[in-house]
Every structure is written in C-alpha cells, then in structure tokens.
Design a protein around this ligand. Structure first.
Ligand SMILES: *[C@@H]1O[C@H](CO)[C@@H](O)[C@H](O)[C@H]1NC(C)=O
Length: 961
C-alpha cells in the first residue's frame, strides 16, 4: 500500500517534471532540493566540524602509531595505530599497511582491527556485512600492485623512513606521534598526510539506547548529554527528502587531510561542471561554499561552476606546480566529499620578502569503507597519469567507428524513421557512423524486446545501415520492468537483483514504472546478463548493434537523491552505501563482457557508452557528460569537463552536441558541432520534446558549415586513432590541457578552453561564446604556428587573436609536427578503410618536423598479436622518412599484406623553404614525383604539395626534396 501511494505520487511528480521542463526550457535548472548539501549529509557535517576542531589551537590528533607494532617485509610496512577515544586514555586499534610498489607508487591502507576480525554486532538484526568494504580494489585495480624489491626502511624512536621509487629518490617519513606521513622526492616534501590532524576513522561502537529526556510542560527540553563533544544526531539513522537511512553499522566515516606544499593548482576528481583548476571550497570571494562531492547521481539540467555531484566519480587528484606534478588516488566507493583550501606561506622567513608560496590543503572524507590512498610522486603530469593507469588500466582502444560521429535522439520513432535519417544523411553527403535508439524502441520499456508496431523489422534496418558500414546503438538500462515479462521473471527466480535492507528484492521506480535492479556485483548476475545478449536471445540484433548503458548511477525516481537507499544490500551483503560509486561500473563491465561473447568465434572490440563511471571505467568504453542543456554556458562547460576526465584517466569523453534539453539556435548548434568535432566521443543528442535537428535540417549556411566540421573530424580520424592508441598504452590524454603539455609555463595552468589533440601539435580553441567572431588563443612558446585552413602564421609567446566567423574553427598547427589525414569524403569511417593518406608537414623554425601514425583493422583484437602499422615520420635536412616503430607479432605479416595497396596520395609541406621555388620534383625510392610550390602571401606561409609520391603507408621509405 505504502509503495503504491508512493509510486503514484512519484509518477504524478514525474509527469509534472517532464511538463515543466518543456515549458520553461532552457531556464529550468537543477532541482537543488533533491540533493544533499554537506550540512544535510551527517558524515560530511561531522567531518567538517572535526576539521574545524583540528584547526583550532591546541588540537592534537588522537592517532599514534605503536612503534613496537611495526614490521617491515618485502616492501611493506605494517603496524597498529592507536586511536585514543576518551579522556581515560582508552584506545581503539587500527591496522595500517603502507605498501611501496615496484612502479614507484605508494599505498596507505587503514582498517579497523575489530571489524576485520568480525567482532562487531550490527543493529536491528541487519544482514549487512560487518567489515569495512574492502573490495573496491577488485573492481578498480587491474595491475601495478607488485611490491618493490628495492625499497629500504630505517627506523628510530620517533619515525620510520622508507626510501623507494626510481633510484631510491622517493622517501616516506612516517611519524609515530602524532601520526603523519611526509612523502618526499629528492628530499623535498611533496605530499603530507594528517599534517592538519584531520585523520578520522569513526570506529565501530554499539548503540547505547538512552532514555528519552523528559520534557515538562512549559520548560525547554534539557540539553542532550554531551559525551564526546561530537554531533551524534546522525550516528544511528538519518532522514532526507522523506526517506530514512537505517544505518545498521552506525557512524563509520573515514577522513584524512592531504597537503600539497608549494602547489597552487589541483585538478581532477571528476565529475563536476566547473573549471579545470579546482576552486577553494570553504567560502571566500569567488570560492565554493560546499566541498566537491562524489556521489553518482542523476542530476539533470545541472548547473555550471558547481562542486555538486554528477553522474560519475573518479577520486584521483593531481597537484601541479612549475617544476612538479604529484597525485593521489582515494580508493573508496562510498559517498565522498573533498574540501580544498589554498594558503599562502612565507617561503622562508629569512629570505626577506623573496616570494611566498601557495600550499593547497585538501581534506577527503567518505561515509564508509577503508582509508586506502595511492600516492604518485611524478615529477611530470605524464608520469602521474601513467602511474595511475598502471593501477586502474588504460583506455580501451575502441573500434574506429566509435571515434567517428554518432547521431542520436530520444527517440527515432520507428525503424522506417531510422532508415530515413540514414538515407538523408547519405543524400546530403554528411558522414556519420552510428545511429542511436533511446528507450522507446522497446516494447513498453522491456529491455531486450522491440516495439512490434514501431520496429517491426529491426534486422532490415540493421542491414540497411550495414551497407554503408554504419552501426546502431541501442539503450539497455539496469532497471528491469517489474511486470512479469520473461526477463524479470528470470531475474527474480534466479535471485540476481539488488535487495532491500530486509533482504527482499528491492523495488523502485524508473522509466518502466515499478522495476528491479540487476546486481552486477554478483558473478552469477554477470553470467546471466551475458546470456541475454546472444543473437538468439536478444532477437532482432546483428553484429553492427552496440549498447548504451544509461541510468546506472543507479537512477531511481522515487529513491533518496534519485538513487537507491544506502541500506540496500548487494551481493555478499555489502550495503549499497559501501559500493555506490562503483555500482555503475559493474553494470558497464557486465555489458562489456556480454558484447564480447555474443557469438562463439566472433570476437570484436565491444562498444558500450556509460553515464555513470568510476576509476577503471576507461577500460570499458566511452562516457558522456549526461543531460546538459542547449545553452552557450553548457557548450562552454563541456571542454573543461572533458579535459578533466582526460587527465583523470578517462579520456574517451564527450558532451551531447546541441545540448540535450531545449532547442538550440542555429548558430549555437553550428558552434556545438565545431566543438564536438574535438570531443574524443562525438555524439549529437536531443530530448524527446525538442524539435528534430539532424544536421541536414538546419538549412544553409548552417548545414554546410556543420558538414565541414564533420568532415574535418573524418579527415583527421587517423590522427585521432593514433591519439587513442597512445592513451591505450600509457594513459596520455587524447585532448590535453595547456599545463599537461607545458608543465613549466605558469601562464597556462588555469587555461581550460584550448587544448592540444594527441601528440599532433594541433592546438584548438573552438568558439563557445555567443556572437564571437574571433578568439584569443594562447601560445606557450616561440615556435611558429600555422592556421590549419589557410596557413596564416602566428608566432611569439602570448595571446594571439584569430578571426573566427561562424564558418571558422580556430585551429592551429604547431611547427614541428606531421599530421596524418584521409581527405576523401565518405559516408562512414568503415568506407574509408582502404583510402590513401595525406601527410601534412608543419615545419618548425629549424625546418624540420616529426609525427606518428598508428593503424590497425579498427575492429578486432588482432592488434594484440601484432596486426598493426605503427610509423614514425620525420622531415629533416630536406628528407622525409617513414620508419617502423611497431613490434612484430604473429599476425604482423598477414596484416601488412592486406595494407600493401594503401598508399600516401599527397604530402603537403607548410612553411616550405623559399629555395624550393622553381623546384619541380622530389626523388622517391622508385623515381620522381611532381612538386608544386606556393610562395608566402600576406601573413600566410609558403607551402608545397607533392602528389602521388608512390609510397605505401605500411613500408619504410625516404623522399628527398
Ligand atoms: C570486469 O570485472 C571483472 C571482475 O568481475 C574483472 O575480472 C574484469 O577485468 C573486468 N573487465 C574489465 C574490462 O575491466
């Protein structure tokens, strides 16, 4: 009955929302009241209060190491931390393990001894697991945990010192009392733990039921008995928005302060809408009032420049200064908040006035789980992202189609509609690779079915798409309609859904109405999920159908903060509280697994888009920034978000082109396509209540301009694919912020609206401001930069103005690079497979340039057996050479044979030397090829073109100019 009334109320509310959103779009913003502020989250409030106590004078941290407990073995230091819990000096024992890894990273883990031994009792006969959640590692970490063989430890009465890392240059100094750790590189402190005394492990305690204080008529209620000075009001249960969290384990948060001395900038901890360089969070002019929050949630129409949580969480942060980058990874899957303050410190009191430095002081706290922190000591941004990726894995190398353009809307209404859009895109010669289906393709929101009236012939639709090597992506969400259809019956029968706190199958509301949620923490559930995607189970699908996972935060319309109750139970009886931020990744993982196993013998790289994510999701596919709006500020917000995702190890990211809610004006739509052509994941998407906006509908000049932006993406696919390959082997972001490429240039540290594409030297600053007809782009060095389209030259460090009328994307080529392209326009990337290449050589001041190209079949895993081409190109002293930098494998020769006929059809040399005037040809290995020279004109560089040099892309060759 209760659930019935609730559900009805929520359906009504939901209908109201939908109606409201469309009346007021685009001015409607996020429903703040649906989401907690720090004050409304018990443990957040408690940890902030704790931080305030710790900041007061006379504070001493109650944590100290018992020196006699320490032991050192195989690169690992273990011991006991004693936490003093009252004035009588009683203590609680915590276990600390500090692991020094072969990779040079360090890891600090703190757990409760009593809980590890299971010596605790839960309240109200709860079925919840007693220990602190310790399985985040098994989902997030895939490697890099080998312990160091060379780390050495020294101990004295007050400290233990470990030397580790490359050449023993790293050092950890562990102080016993008060407990703290300083991490040093080359003897200088880079990261400090518990420097401010905010370490907080809320140890398990039994609830002592106190009698309700009596309140007499006409009197104030007596003040509650103060025992600890702490606010106990949220220890045993707490309510928000009409639902109560039963908290069977009581208070169990963990917190720690982490200071970066001398670092003025910190980046990372996606997902938030705001600047790349994170802001301070404890108030003050221009700062946030709230900490950055990580609690995956369906926050639609989110607001700009806010620390509010969004759909995904990666608790990884980099701190950056002119000569160093370091980082930390807070491995905890529970709700987490991070406070940041920056403090000016006198650099050296004796060096009279010579500089002061800024320290960034952070404070991390999570509702439950372990303290489990990895420390990366750099010294470059690339070292830090690489070390982080060694642990959590690198970006999956996607199929090539996945990095081309995706056409989506909620919804293409029928299979005929899909076929019609497909035909019209071809007719207008607009390239696209993938068309998408949102929830309406199903029979009444029953996943794994098709609406028999609207989609009577899915196979016919897929076959038409396949003719142009195009694909379909269909949505499958984790909520399973609770109406007795065969899938939900199976789910119930096999008991594979998430349970509520009483151990019964949890029921909530989502798109289908009443639903259950598959629990992908369960191996049996994953196995079952995999079985549902086989071609003979998911009827109406073929090899060119891929999957989109939405709503996997999970979004629950009638749940607290539109997600699941925290006291729900998952496989192994872990509370939802403990695993919330990983939940979306487990579902993404199961779907990835399912696409690997659709048919015996057919093994191709899966493509699965996810909305919710965690550290490690980069291994599974792309993400997008969720339900944005058709407004200029949402367009502007997307690059900082995508850049931030990239440096946090998840570069396959993009925002909905055009904006999800609302109807973009044509110039906004056009600018958004120009920007989207630089998102690693490039998809146009729109809400069901918006007007249709396929690129051919815009009319001229817009359709033409949008088509050119799309063709630019397609022409540069070889460069993008090479950048994806790089990300897949060492974690280097695909689009890179200024600080990442020029770590020593302070002027670039806060720039987040321009970026480099891979290692190509392409520097882009797409227009994101209404009415702008120029942009100021910042050049970090004295190199020559050429406009990508007309070779206009720019040079000299500092800001340059580039004219940018609507048809123009501000895009420069930095001298010294060679960029691979494919210039023949086609309907899809699949049809470009055998097309010849163009090499664009942008010469630097010395007249030389270098570049790389990575190519494989773009589809299978054969590249893992050597079936790929990896070339380095160099132009130097008038000679262009192509060199093999790949490793041979068992399939190399076979693959190279298939690529024999793929040649270079054109070489363009930008900034060609004057002496080439009059030159008519160049020498290739086999003979000669014609050269055409164009002199300098206005501010535009000279350039030359060589056509049909008669060389193949997969072979070694030299061309003499
Ligand atoms: C998916 O999760 C399983 C653990 O259940 C793990 O072994 C596997 O590596 C994950 N897959 C990927 C691609 O990360």
């Amino acid at each position: 009955m209760r659930s019935f009334t609730l559900s009805t109320k929520w359906t009504a509310l939901f209908v109201l929302f939908t109606a409201l959103c469309c009346l007021f779009t685009p001015t409607v913003t996020v429903k703040h009241e649906l989401f907690k502020t720090c004050d409304q989250a018990g443990f957040c409030k408690r940890n902030r209060a704790f931080a305030d106590s710790a900041s007061a004078t006379g504070w001493e941290t109650p944590y100290k190491i018992a020196p006699e407990s320490l032991s050192w073995k195989n690169g690992q230091l273990q011991g006991t931390i004693l936490k003093t819990i009252n004035k009588n000096g009683e203590t609680v024992r915590l276990l600390i393990t500090i692991s020094f890894l072969e990779s040079g990273s360090a890891r600090v883990t703190i757990d409760e001894e009593k809980r590890q031994k299971g010596e605790i009792d839960l309240r109200h006969n709860s079925k919840a697991r007693k220990e602190r959640y310790n399985e985040a590692e098994s989902w997030a970490i895939v490697g890099g945990l080998e312990l160091s063989k060379t780390a050495v430890e020294f101990r004295d009465a007050a400290t233990s010192t470990v030397k580790y890392g490359p050449d023993g240059k790293f050092e950890a100094v562990i102080t016993y009392a008060p407990f703290g750790i300083d991490f040093k590189r080359d003897s200088a402190t880079q990261i400090k733990f518990n420097d401010r005394g905010m370490l907080n492990v809320e140890h398990w305690r039994p609830k002592i039921d106190k009698p309700e204080p009596e309140k007499k008529e006409g009197e104030e209620a007596p003040a509650p008995e103060v025992q600890t000075g702490e606010d106990e009001s949220t220890w045993w249960d707490e309510s928000f928005g009409g639902s109560t969290d039963s908290k069977p384990k009581g208070p169990e948060s963990v917190g720690l302060d982490i200071t970066f001395p001398g670092y003025a900038h910190v980046y990372g901890i996606p997902e938030h809408a705001g600047p790349l360089s994170l802001k301070e969070t404890r108030g003050g002019s221009g700062n946030h009032e709230e900490p950055y929050r990580l609690y995956n949630a369906d926050v639609f129409e989110y607001i700009m420049d806010s620390p509010m949580t969004l759909y995904g969480a990666i608790p990884f942060m980099q701190a950056h200064s002119k000569d160093s980058t370091v980082g930390v990874f807070w491995l905890n899957a529970a709700e987490t908040w991070i406070d940041i303050i920056k403090q000016k410190e006198a650099h050296n009191p004796l060096s009279l006035g010579i500089g002061s430095r800024i320290d960034t002081k952070t404070h991390w706290f999570s509702e439950s789980g372990l303290i489990d922190v990895f420390v990366f000591l750099g010294p470059t941004p690339k070292d830090v992202t690489k070390a982080y990726g060694e642990l959590t894995g690198y970006t999956q190398l996607p199929q090539e189609f996945a990095i081309a353009y995706h056409q989506c809307r909620w919804n293409y209404n029928t299979d005929e509609d899909v076929k019609d859009v497909d035909r019209k895109m071809s007719k207008h010669q607009i390239p696209y690779d993938v068309i998408w289906l949102d929830i309406e393709y199903t029979h009444e929101k029953e996943y794994f079915t098709w609406d028999p009236l609207q989609f009577p012939d899915p196979i016919g639709m897929l076959k038409q798409l396949d003719k142009s090597e195009r694909k379909l992506v269909a949505i499958i969400d984790p909520h399973i309609k609770n109406n007795g259809y065969h899938i939900v019956e199976d789910l119930k029968k096999k008991d594979l859904a998430v349970h509520n706190k009483d151990g019964n199958i949890y029921e909530g509301w989502c798109w289908p109405g009443s639903s259950h949620w598959i629990d992908c923490f369960s191996p049996a559930a994953i196995k079952w999920w995999v079985s549902l995607f086989k071609y003979d189970t998911f009827k109406g699908t073929m090899h060119n159908l891929f999957i989109w996972n939405d709503m996997n935060e999970p979004s629950v319309f009638n749940g607290p903060e539109t997600t699941m109750p925290k006291d729900n139970l998952h496989y192994g009886n872990w509370e939802h509280r403990d695993v919330h931020n990983i939940n979306g990744m487990t579902f993404h993982n199961a779907t990835y697994q399912a696409l690997l196993e659709r048919k015996k013998g057919e093994i191709r790289r899966p493509f699965v888009l996810t909305r919710s994510f965690y550290a490690g999701s980069q291994r599974l596919g792309a993400m997008w920034t969720g339900d944005n709006q058709a407004s200029w500020d949402h367009l502007a917000a997307a690059f900082p978000m995508v850049l931030n995702n990239g440096i946090a190890g998840y570069p396959f990211a993009g925002a909905d082109v055009g904006g999800f809610f609302g109807n973009p004006e044509k110039d906004l739509l056009t600018r958004w396509y120009q920007a989207g052509a630089f998102y690693p994941f490039f998809r146009g998407h729109a809400h069901i209540d918006t007007r249709r906006r396929e690129p051919y509908l815009a009319g001229e000049p817009y359709t033409g301009i949008i088509t050119r932006a799309l063709r630019l993406r397609y022409a540069l696919l070889p460069a993008w694919y090479t950048a994806f390959h790089e990300a897949s082997v060492d974690g280097t972001p695909i689009i890179r912020p200024q600080y990442f490429e020029y770590p020593g240039d302070e002027a670039g540290f806060a720039i987040d609206d321009q970026f480099f594409v891979g290692s190509t030297g392409l520097l882009a600053k797409p227009v994101v401001k209404e009415g702008a007809d120029s942009v100021d782009i910042y050049l970090p060095d004295e190199e020559i930069y050429y406009d990508y389209f007309d070779y206009q030259k720019y040079s000299g460090r500092g800001s340059k103005t580039i004219s940018a009328p609507l048809e123009k994307i501000p895009l420069l080529m930095q001298g010294g690079h060679i960029i691979p392209r494919k210039d023949r326009p086609r309907r899809s990337s699949g049809l470009m497979k055998w097309d010849p290449y163009t090499l664009v050589i942008a010469l630097n001041k010395e007249g030389s340039a270098k570049g790389e190209l990575y190519v494989d079949d773009g589809e299978t895993f054969d590249y893992q057996s050597g079936a790929y081409i990896h070339r380095s190109f160099e132009f130097k002293d008038g000679v262009l050479a192509s060199m093999d930098i790949g490793k041979k494998g068992k399939l190399t020769d076979k693959y190279l044979k298939t690529m024999k006929g793929v040649r270079v059809e054109r070489i363009i040399i930008v900034g060609a030397p004057k002496e080439w005037e009059g030159k008519k040809s160049v020498k290739t290995g086999k003979g000669e090829a014609g050269l055409e020279f164009h002199g300098e004109e206005g501010g535009k560089a000279s350039w030359a073109v060589v056509r049909n040099p008669g060389v193949a892309i997969g072979e070694n060759w030299k061309i003499e100019f």
